[in-house]
Write a protein that binds this ligand. Structure first.
Ligand code: NAD
Ligand code: 0WE
Length: 243
């Protein structure tokens, strides 16, 4: 029996088989966790459906959710509460800034709109999901997990406004943890090193950055989505009940 047997998780942020959320879903399923998924838009629905099928999950539990829409977020939990009597885990693996924000100097690239969009999609969405999901999660010793990046606290060239959004996300994690801890819900973030996913594709100089990360890391390599998945499974399971 897996160490997540009997748990139910909602996974937000699968866009491809290389998504960090896919590695997390894979580890959760292996450990006996039941999964529901959201997808950002119709273009991505079939990919998420394929993953759910491959992992032996109920392919009915797939819901559209652009996290910039409160209506879509509310609809996810309205539908899910008809299928499940409760929810143990929410995985938030979402980040976005308009592409032009992620190139060039910070001052040169920053705009009010770029700031607003990146913070809305990458940081506020964690609070929004926690708020909307709370009624289903209460009374079950649950866990909420998000994905962050080191540029929240140290300057990384070209990451620009996403660094500010990750700093906000990390603070959001701490405020959620303080607020929901007394209700038995733990809130954590994994600060993953650079991984080649869709969100990294096409970012100028990303290959060079992977090389830099490999060289700087104690293991002399970057991590895989499978390794991030295993860390996530631990953090969202009762094995991490004190974290
Ligand atoms: P990815 O492109 O596979 O995943 C990003 C996800 O965000 C996609 O599923 C996309 O659909 C979703 N998304 C974007 N805008 C959305 C919106 N408006 N509504 C709903 N969903 C939306 O890339 P990934 O690397 O797996 O990224 C997942 C998380 O991991 C992000 O928070 C990212 O910042 C973080 N992260 C990535 C790396 C890396 O090097 N790849 C490193 C550390 C942290
Ligand atoms: O969080 C990320 C990627 C976030 C991301 C990626 C994109 C690409 C497509 C956010 N928004 C967008 N918008 C798009 O239009 N990472 C941690 C990976 C990443 O992205 C970088 C990095 C690293 C590492 C961008 C610049 C510098 C380093």
């Amino acid at each position: 029996m897996g160490f997540m047997a009997g748990k139910k998780a909602l996974i937000v942020g699968v866009a491809s088989d290389r998504s960090i959320a896919s590695g997390i879903a894979e580890a959760f399923a292996r450990e006996g966790c039941e999964l529901a998924f959201t997808y950002q838009n119709d273009k991505l629905k079939s990919r998420v459906a394929k993953l759910a099928e491959r992992l032996g999950q109920n392919t009915e539990l797939l819901y559209p959710c652009d996290v910039s829409s409160d209506e879509e977020i509310d609809a996810v939990f309205a539908h899910l509460s008809k299928e499940w009597d409760g929810l143990d885990i929410i995985v938030h693996s979402v980040g976005f800034a308009p592409r032009e924000q992620l190139a060039g100097g910070f001052v040169e690239s920053i705009t009010r709109e770029g700031y607003q969009v990146s913070h809305d999609i990458s940081a506020y969405s964690l609070a929004a999901l926690a708020k909307a999901g709370l009624p289903m999660m209460e009374g079950r010793d649950g866990a909420i997990l998000t994905l962050t990046y080191n540029a929240a606290t140290q300057v990384v060239p070209n990451y620009n406004v996403m660094g500010l959004a990750k700093a906000s996300l990390e603070s959001c994690m701490r405020f959620l943890a303080a607020d929901l801890g007394p209700k038995g819900i733990r809130v954590n973030a994994i600060s993953a090193g650079a991984v080649k996913t869709l969100a990294a594709a096409g970012i100028g100089g990303f290959r060079k950055m992977l090389g830099y990360a490999e060289n700087a890391a104690p293991l002399k390599r970057t991590v895989t989505i499978e390794e991030i998945g295993n860390t996530a499974a631990f953090l969202c399971s009762d094995l991490a009940s004190g974290i």
